[in-house]
Design a binder for this molecule. Structure first.
Ligand code: SF4
Length: 340
């Protein structure tokens, strides 16, 4: 069975033509799936009986299985979804001032091995397919009765290690005939896979780009993120410059504040110097403790000092508020617990 959530509108049109149906049926089906939220082909009343019968036999519009659903007092929802082959992934919905923001996973496990990350404790088992990426959005919308307005590909997995499926996902959710989530409302976050940052700059449909930086010099970054050995900071910064020259899109640098590791004011100065001149801003993130690691969260006073230092040195920055602290908030925690 082909899960139709994995097709772009163009691919669905080609699939229908190849099976002797009309290209315009693709727009009708997209409307049923993404706007009217149909769960069966029978509901698609403006399709011919013959097409509905064909779709029922050859295709599916399958959501994911909800294995766990935790809800925080601040409105954060954390899901553990089961996949068809028995694997499980996490997806998190956050209620923000500006809308409903969903953080999706892109792989089962992750091979990048960042030293602070619960998701990376389990090696990658496989990439998620584009229909599994889209189904995370559709399943959460159904379970919570909401419309997702913003998307971040920042859950388990390195999105640029699953490049083609993530690109297709961005195309599908951005399509004006479907979920119509604007490109500027979608953020793909990478730990710094330089060749893919450069490739992404040439994509016709592209979202915001976030780089997980977490350290402003190679020594420290290699200690906490082993990918830095392969793609050191000067290569990342150069790729960011090329990306900006081609796209004119501002880049976000994610910076997790780890107590006593990367949160000194001297490192704030180094960070300022590293990214000065780039059209970028720094998103400072409080760390959610993971019991397997000794890292601790920077306290709020120090986090504010770090933030103030960046601002004083002319660097645009935000300090993200903590969300979901009363549930298994750190990415990968829920999956780890259920698979122990
Ligand atoms: S932080 Fe991201 S890239 Fe690094 S191990 Fe975790 S999921 Fe993978």
């Amino acid at each position: 069975m082909i899960n139709l959530y994995g097709f772009t509108l163009g691919e669905l049109g080609e699939f229908l033509i190849a099976n002797d149906y009309k290209k315009f049926n693709a727009t009708q089906i997209f409307d049923w799936m993404y706007v009217k939220k149909a769960r069966t082909f029978e509901e698609m009343s403006n399709l011919s009986k013959d097409l509905r019968a064909f779709l029922s036999v050859a295709c599916a519009i399958d959501l994911l299985t909800v294995k766990q659903h935790q809800q925080s007092a601040d409105g954060t929802h954390k899901f553990l979804f089961g996949l068809h082959d028995g694997y499980a992934i996490e997806t998190v919905l956050m209620t923000q001032d500006y809308g409903m923001s969903l953080c999706v996973s892109s792989q089962v496990g992750c091979n990048m091995g960042c030293s602070f990350c619960a998701s990376g404790l389990k090696k990658k088992s496989r990439d998620l397919t584009s229909d599994e990426l889209v189904a995370q959005v559709m399943t959460v919308e159904k379970e919570c009765g909401i419309k997702v307005t913003h998307l971040v590909v920042m859950g388990t997995g390195e999105p640029f290690d699953n490049y083609d499926n993530v690109i297709r996902f961005v195309q599908i959710v951005n399509d004006a005939k479907g979920l119509a989530i604007g490109q500027r409302h979608i953020t793909v976050s990478t730990c710094g896979i330089v060749p893919k940052i450069l490739a992404y700059a040439d994509e016709p449909v592209r979202s915001n780009l976030a780089i997980s930086l977490h350290a402003p010099n190679d020594d420290l970054r290699t200690k906490i993120m082993k990918i830095n050995k392969k793609y050191p900071l000067d290569e990342i910064i150069e790729a960011c410059k090329i990306y900006f020259d081609k796209t004119s899109r501002r880049i976000t640098f994610e910076y997790l504040l780890l107590n006593g590791v990367n949160d000194s004011l001297a490192l704030a100065d180094q960070l300022s110097d590293l990214i000065r001149g780039l059209n970028a801003y720094v998103n400072l993130i409080p760390y959610n403790h993971v019991s397997e690691f000794s890292y601790q969260r920077t306290d709020m006073t120090r986090a504010m000092q770090f933030y103030d230092r960046l601002i004083k040195r002319g660097i645009a920055a935000t300090l993200r508020k903590e969300q979901g602290g009363d549930i298994d908030a750190a990415c990968g925690q829920l999956r780890l617990k259920t698979e122990e």
